[in-house]
Write a protein that binds this ligand. Structure first.
Ligand code: NOJ
Length: 561
């Protein structure tokens, strides 16, 4: 493949929309599909005045009682009336496609809602034809579950149903019973669901908990290990990442390949990055993109990010493609997380993190509101919606704080809704909002726009190879991206103090690398480095190789052609 012609999921920027919280067109206080249509120009109108993203990923929009943000499906093939109608969805697809924006749907294949008609039938009696659509087992004794597996949130992954006296399995919350993927009828139904939406024209799926589809057939117990959270006290050898799940990923890929230009992106919930690789296969036969808790749980250390990138670069098959994200609907927001103890530094840190995300080799996934620096909101318990927050309170694992409504303007309602928002707005909307930041050339929003534009105009950043620049100060993460004879060097100073990087530039940065991986002088060392984008220098400025220094938190992106 020529680098000028990569698939959209390689070269594009994906923007995650939490549908309930993005934009409310009908005034009921909850975001909806028409609301998203109203904001498409903000996302990409084809001019530098818009954000410039290439795809949107919608959190679940199908039938659901919305007890877990739609990840509790009660109908896989209809649009939830809270979000609109099928006609609204078709209009959204058409409007997106007219602008060149792809649409990725969330698909939770591991479990349904306990209100799904299949589960209602399944639980009704032991001999119901749908009994085997879910995972039912006898307990060890009256109240003793079949084994010691824990749910991600609950103490046991098994709940006893008094109606039939058996236990059903749920990897997540008790109202989200796991489907039995060993049943061919379940598999057929789920594959048909995927085809249903692909036939409608969606460009891909974000596959929820994709490594959870199967559990060990013999229900073997997991060994114990030390951990900071009850779920982590077990080594999850038998309840997730089973070979059958990876096999299913291949089947899904085969299915998607029948529809040109579609992509599968999977959430791999694991502490083993190897599971993520297993979901990518050889890069052509499994998921197109796979992500795990990588950047999103890192603290503010250049070394940690560098190591994680280097690990992935060293292990990912040549035909597979990385992807990165900083936050999402399950995790604290970047703006707050990266500067927990240094509030004053939130802005430059957020700018640096954005530059890293948007210049690495891999598809960046943004989370709505990240581009304007929305913080994690602190809601009183009585306003919680998230079942995880309610269950684990006062532990700080609730997710509502990352799901507050998008802040469009400083006006009442923040331009999100004319009604009472389903979750309270964060008070920061008065100063952090799209309208005001769009008018401020130094804002985070304008910085994101410029980064996304630079990425889309620069083949080395979109598709180029990656190489760490050796020999930088320890709190500077620096790398070279290279494609078609073009080199771009990125310097990220994670420290709030001045750092010297002249040595790296003098050495000709990435033009030469010896067997030990060190950069060294070579014939290109005399070429001039010019600023492409920086938090300090103007674009086009020539960088003095002998005196190159980075200010605290400076981002310096330079090019050599
Ligand atoms: C992962 C999703 O991101 C999360 O929001 C959801 O609660 C669980 N899967 C269960 O579906």
């Amino acid at each position: 493949m020529h680098v000028a012609d990569p698939p959209w999921w390689h070269s594009g920027v994906i923007y995650q929309i939490a549908v309930s919280s993005f934009s409310d067109a009908n005034g009921d206080g909850r975001g909806d599909l028409r609301g998203i249509i109203d904001k498409l120009d903000y996302l990409n109108d084809g001019t530098p005045a818009s954000l410039g993203v290439d795809a949107i990923w919608l959190t679940p929009i199908t039938g659901s009682p919305l007890r877990d943000f739609g990840y509790d499906v009660s109908d896989y093939r209809s649009i939830n009336p809270r979000f609109g109608t099928m006609a609204d969805f078709e209009a959204l697809l058409a409007e997106c496609h007219a602008r060149g924006i792809r649409v990725i749907m969330d698909l939770a294949l591991n479990h349904t809602s306990d209100e799904h008609p299949w589960f209602l039938e399944s639980r009704s009696s032991r001999d119901n034809p749908r009994r085997d659509w879910y995972v039912w087992r006898d307990g060890k004794a009256f109240r003793r579950p079949p084994n010691r597996w824990r749910a991600v949130i609950e103490s046991s992954a098994w709940t006893r149903d008094p109606r039939t006296g058996q236990f059903y399995y749920h990897a997540f919350l008790p109202f989200q019973p796991d489907l039995n993927w060993r049943n061919p009828a379940v598999r057929d139904e789920m594959f048909a669901t995927a085809r249903f939406w692909l036939d409608k024209g969606v460009d891909g799926f974000r596959l929820d908990l994709i490594n959870f589809l199967y559990e060990d057939e013999h229900l073997r117990n997991n060994p114990y290990q030390p951990g900071w959270h009850p779920y982590g006290w077990q080594r999850h050898l038998y309840d997730r990442s089973q070979p059958e799940s990876f096999e299913t990923v291949r089947t899904l890929r085969h299915l998607a390949d029948a529809y040109p230009g579609r992509a599968l992106m999977g959430e791999v919930y694991t502490d083993r990055p190897e599971d993520c690789l297993a979901c990518l296969g050889d890069g052509t036969d499994a998921l197109h993109l796979a992500f795990y808790l990588n950047f999103a749980t890192r603290w503010w250390h250049a070394r940690d990010y560098r190591r994680s990138v280097e690990w992935l670069e060293a292990h990912i098959p040549p035909s597979a493609w990385p992807c990165y994200y900083l936050n999402n609907h399950d995790l604290p927001r970047t703006y707050s997380r990266l500067s927990r103890r240094k509030r004053r530094d939130a802005e430059p840190r957020a700018k640096l993190a954005a530059a890293m995300l948007l210049t690495l080799r891999g598809t960046p996934i943004l989370y709505y509101g990240e581009e304007i620096g929305m913080p994690t909101s602190h809601l009183p318990r009585r306003q919680f919606d998230d079942p995880v927050g309610k269950r684990l309170w006062p532990l700080p694992f609730g997710r509502d704080g990352s799901r507050t409504p998008m802040q469009w303007t400083a006006e009442e309602g923040a331009g999100f809704s004319d009604g009472e928002p389903w979750l309270p707005l964060d008070a920061s909307y008065a100063v952090r909002n799209v309208a005001d930041e769009g008018d401020d050339p130094h804002s985070l929003l304008i910085w994101y726009r410029r980064l996304i534009r630079l990425r889309s105009e620069t083949p080395a950043l979109r598709e180029g190879s990656y190489r760490t620049i050796a020999g930088t100060p320890k709190d500077v993460f620096a790398y070279v991206r290279e494609a078609e004879g073009q080199q771009v060097a990125v310097f990220l100073n994670f420290s709030g103090r001045v750092r010297d990087v002249g040595r790296c530039l003098r050495a000709g940065v990435g033009t030469h690398q010896n067997a030990e991986g060190n950069t060294g002088p070579d014939a290109d060392a005399d070429r001039v480095w010019r600023v492409l984008l920086s938090t300090r220098h103007a674009a086009g400025e020539e960088i003095d190789r002998d005196a190159a220094q980075l200010d605290g938190y400076e981002v310096l992106i330079v090019g050599q052609a």
